[in-house]
Design a protein around this ligand. Structure first.
Ligand code: GLV
Ligand code: MN
Ligand code: MN
Length: 403
C-alpha cells in the first residue's frame, strides 16, 4: 500500500481542505472550539475510527486515537488542527494526517505493534483564540495554572471556561493531567518546516535539534482620548504615535541583537478614524537563541517602549502572557531517528510546538518536511506532495522501529 492521495494532496488534507477557509484573510482560520475546529475534531474522530482506533478526549480537550487501546509507555505521534488567523494548510494538520497515514500503512503491511500507540491532536496550539500558545500541552504538563486558563477571554469576551464547557470539556477538570502524561513513552511530532532550512540543506526531511526561547508580551500604551479635528498636534498625548515609535524600537533592538521580535497584533481604544485613541495595545512576540538572550531582548524593548511613551506624554506597561524556554530535543532519540531514516540532517527552528512543551517531560523528537518557499503562518505555506509522502514514509519507519 502507498500513501493515500486525492487530487494532488494527501487524502486527509484533501478531506479537510474546505474546513475553516477564511475568505476575508485568505487561508484558514481554525480556532479552538469554534465551528471549524469542531468540524475538524469530528473529522479526526471519524477518520481514526475508520482505522479501528479508539478515540477519547482528555481533561484538557486534547484528542487521542489509540491503536490497540490506551496504555503506558506509548509511542505517541501527532500535532494540532487549529491555525493562526489566515494560516496555511500544513501547519498542524500535516502532522495529524501523516500520523494517521503512517498507522494505515503499518496496518496494511500486517504490522502488529508490541507497545501502545496513539495519535494526539493538541488543543489551541497557536493560541489564536485565547492568546496562549500550546495551551493543551501546557495544561497537561502543568506548565500553566488551570485557574489562569479558565479565566482567559477571547475577542468576544467568552472565557475559556465557557468555551470548554460548551463543547464537552468540563472547566473544573482542566489542568495538570499526570495520568495522561504518564502514558506517553515517546512523542514524535511531524511538522512542515517553517523556514528555509531544508531548502538550503537540499533535503526533503530533517529531525529537529532545538527551538528558540520565545514568549508573548502585551504592551498597553495609555494616553488621552480626544477629537481628531480640534486637538492641536502639540496638545496631544497620542498612544498610537507612542506605540509606533515603540514598534520601530522593537524592530531595531531585535535586528541589532540578531534576535527576532514581531508586533503582529494591535488594538486601539475606542478605534475611530476621527478619534485620538485613549489606549493602544500591541502584542510582542520575541525569540532568541537562549533564555537569557530572550529576557535581555525583552528588557531592552521594555525600556525603549517606555521611553517612547514618555516622549509622547503617555505611559506604557509590559505584561508577560506566555514564556517558552529554549528547547534542546533528546539527542539520543534525535540521532537514532536521523540514522534510521538514512542520516537525514538535524535542524534548529524558531517556531514553537507542543513537542517543545513535552520535551521537558518525555523523550521527544520532531520531523520537519521541506517547505519550498520557507513561508509559514500565511496562506502561501506549502509542501509538495512528494515531500509530504516522504514524511509519511519516515513516520511509518520511525513507528516501526519504536513499536
Ligand atoms: C507557532 O507556530 C509559533 O511558533 O508561534
Ligand atoms: Mn504555527
Ligand atoms: Mn504548528
Amino acid at each position: 500500500m502507498t500513501v493515500a492521495v486525492t487530487a494532488g494532496r494527501l487524502t486527509g488534507l484533501h478531506e479537510i481542505a474546505d474546513v475553516g477557509r477564511d475568505p476575508r484573510r485568505g487561508g484558514y482560520s481554525r480556532h479552538v472550539w469554534e465551528p471549524a475546529d469542531l468540524e475538524l475534531r469530528a473529522w479526526f474522530a471519524e477518520r481514526a475510527a475508520r482505522l479501528g482506533l479508539t478515540v477519547e478526549s482528555d481533561r484538557n480537550g486534547n484528542l487521542w486515537a489509540w491503536w490497540g487501546g490506551p496504555g503506558h509507555d506509548a509511542v505517541v505521534v501527532g500535532s494540532h488542527l487549529d491555525s493562526v488567523p489566515g494560516g496555511g494548510e500544513f501547519d498542524g494538520p500535516l502532522g495529524v494526517v501523516s500520523a494517521l497515514d503512517a498507522i494505515a500503512l503499518l496496518q496494511a503491511s500486517g504490522f502488529a505493534p508490541s507497545r501502545p500507540c496513539a495519535v494526539v491532536v493538541f488543543a489551541e496550539e497557536e493560541g489564536s483564540r485565547f492568546g496562549v500558545a500550546c495551551l493543551g500541552s501546557r495544561l497537561m504538563t502543568g506548565a500553566i495554572a488551570a485557574d489562569r486558563v479558565r479565566a482567559l477571554v477571547d475577542a468576544d469576551g467568552v472565557t475559556l471556561a465557557e468555551a470548554a464547557e460548551a463543547h464537552g470539556t468540563p472547566a473544573r477538570h482542566l489542568g495538570r493531567d499526570d495520568e495522561t502524561l504518564a502514558r506517553i513513552g515517546v512523542f514524535i511530532e511531524l511538522h512542515v518546516e517553517q523556514g528555509r532550512g531544508l531548502i538550503d540543506l537540499g533535503s526533503p526531511l530533517a529531525v529537529a535539534s532545538s527551538i528558540l526561547a520565545h514568549g508573548r508580551w502585551r504592551i498597553d500604551v495609555t494616553g488621552e482620548g480626544n477629537h481628531a479635528g480640534t486637538t492641536a498636534m502639540s496638545d496631544r498625548r497620542d498612544p498610537m504615535v507612542a506605540a509606533a515609535r515603540g514598534i520601530l524600537a522593537v524592530r531595531d533592538a531585535a535586528a541589532r541583537r540578531d534576535d527576532r521580535a514581531t508586533i503582529g497584533r494591535l488594538h486601539a481604544v475606542p478605534g475611530g478614524t476621527n478619534v485620538i485613541p485613549s489606549r493602544v495595545t500591541v502584542w510582542l512576540d520575541a525569540r532568541s537563541a537562549d533564555d537569557g538572550d530572550a529576557r535581555d531582548l525583552v528588557a531592552e524593548i521594555t525600556v525603549h517602549v517606555q521611553d517612547a511613551a514618555i516622549a509622547e506624554g503617555c505611559t506604557a506597561t509590559v505584561t508577560e502572557e506566555s514564556w517558552s524556554g529554549e528547547v534542546r530535543f533528546d539527542p539520543a532519540l534525535r540521532d537514532r531517528l536521523a540514522a534510521s531514516l538514512g542520516g537525514i540532517p538535524a535542524l534548529a527552528t524558531g517556531a514553537g510546538h507542543d513537542a517543545g512543551t513535552l520535551a521537558g517531560h518525555v523523550p521527544t523528537a520532531m520531523l520537519f518536511v521541506r517547505n519550498p518557499s520557507g513561508i509559514s503562518h500565511s496562506p502561501d505555506e506549502h509542501a509538495t506532495l512528494d515531500d509530504c509522502s516522504a514524511g509519511v514514509a519516515a513516520l511509518r519507519d520511525a513507528l516501526r522501529g519504536l513499536l
